[in-house]
Design a protein around this ligand. Sequence first.
Ligand code: 5GP
Length: 113
Amino acid sequence: MTIFKKIIDKEIPADVVFEDDQCLAFRDVNPVAPTHILIIPKKEIRSLADIDQSSDKEILGHLLTTASQIAENEGLDKDGYRVVINTNEHGGQTVFHLHVHIMGGRVMEWPPG
Ligand code: 5GP
């Protein structure tokens, strides 16, 4: 079981900014930008490399539309923000429960490290 599953089950606390029947969004414990929020599906999906191409289509769309709404709620939409899904070892994934990072409040650099 991952730490994110424990957050979904309310076994460990998190600073939750949004929740519905399909997903949960909370502030990253180690933020790399003034605003840094993670959105996770309540369904346990290991990574973007492990999705079901047909049955996970709706939840993946839901994660991105929710990311857009949360960014707007946080006042990030006008200046902009970055959305990232780190995937497996080369992608820098450290928690193996699919999650979408929303980062904003400063200018992001490109290319990433
Ligand atoms: P990854 O590197 O897998 O894409 O991102 C995992 C993120 O989860 C990291 O940014 C890390 O700071 C965050 N994180 C890890 N454990 C916890 C936790 O227990 N609570 C919260 N809120 N964030 C966590």
